[in-house]
Design a protein around this ligand. Sequence first.
Ligand code: NAD
Length: 410
Amino acid sequence: MGNELRIGVFGAWRGRTYMKALKYIEGARVTAVCEKKGSRIEKAKADVGEDCAFYTDFDEFTASGKFDAVILANYFNEHADYAIKALERGIHVFSETMAASTLADCVRLCRTVERTGLVYMMAENYPYTRGCLEMKRLYETGTLGEVRFAEGEYEHPMSPDENRKYMNPQDNGDFHWRRYLPVTYYSSHSLAPLMYMTGLTPKRVIGKAVLDTPAHAKEYERLRSDIAGIMLVEMDNGALFRISGSSYLAPHENWYRLSCIDGGTELIRGHKEKLVRLAYNSWAVPEGCEEEKIYEAVFERNAEEASHCGHAGSDYFVTRAFVEAVRDGKPFFPDVYQATAMSATAIMGWRSVLEDSRQLDIPDFRKESDRALYENDTLTPFPAEGKPNSLPYSTVPVEELLGKDRGNEN
Ligand SMILES: NC(=O)c1ccc[n+]([C@@H]2O[C@H](COP(=O)([O-])OP(=O)(O)OC[C@H]3O[C@@H](n4cnc5c(N)ncnc54)[C@H](O)[C@@H]3O)[C@@H](O)[C@H]2O)c1
């Protein structure tokens, strides 16, 4: 790589993962951090060099001229606003999941990326796990035939204590995104790997939410009544993908499967995205291949560096992909169209849930005609100071669910 890339990190919680990963990526360095919480700033100081500048205000941070690219690891529902501000200042953007929480923001984001000509990449790490990279390699050999069905699961249960952290007013308490997150909204961890493996784009979606039990909802003091979100997504080749949004069900796991005409590949559950199964129909086994095998996938390069980084090494590879996109002009995934297609799947998936699972089209933000339809669609489930949510974040009000519980007790 040529010149050193200077990077700013916004949000020093998840953001610390990138500070650590960048220590192992040659030719890129964290030169500034923006974080409003003192305790997190102190912790982050251990991850960066002494010359790194610290800010608490995003405008001062981006006006400092201290970096060429920014990593957005701030609140889930606020990424698009900050991405647009950074791009307008000539700064390349690597944005945490998801890209945008309204359709209007998807449109604004695509237009800003096109106008500025800068790199915008979503920091979606699961496609870069060793198992998913191997499944992509297998699919691209062409021996499995065309994919017609696929599954992607993101199961992320939290302990009552972990959940309670987000009730703390010190942590954006009243408005922390985890309190209001509709169960289809956090779906890039399940959809992105499948899109990366197959190169397909989502076109239509049907959503359904799984209701929590009253006793569990009460224990967690959640505002939402739902515990998982499931979507059936039709892709642009007609294949059907079943994906989950955030699911609070056990066990904690990410899992993927491609089911194709001549064979299939999937991860073996319980092995942290490492063990892969490959199997062909007995009449379609390619010459020199076994009909079925289960094996450990390996990273083709930089395995040692990746072993020091989070999410089984995927945090290393996704960060490296961004650095190489900015520095060397290499192609990358997901770009702004792929990232906003995932946001739109999540948003339309939720609207489908709210409309009794009606099938809805997913806008194609490459097309100006679709942008015109949604450029003013600012409906959001996330409330903010002085701004109530304009969409429900729960299928039934949680009081209604708890009322059922009280009913059961009597
Ligand atoms: N890809 C992954 O595997 C993965 C894992 C964890 C989190 N995430 C994503 O990372 C993002 C952040 O999540 P998190 O777990 O770090 O928790 P979080 O959302 O609670 O933390 C955000 C951090 O940003 C800071 N921040 C937010 N707005 C700020 C502002 N205006 N000025 C200064 N500081 C500000 C907060 O103080 C906090 O430290 C979310 O979008 C989440 O989805 C992704």
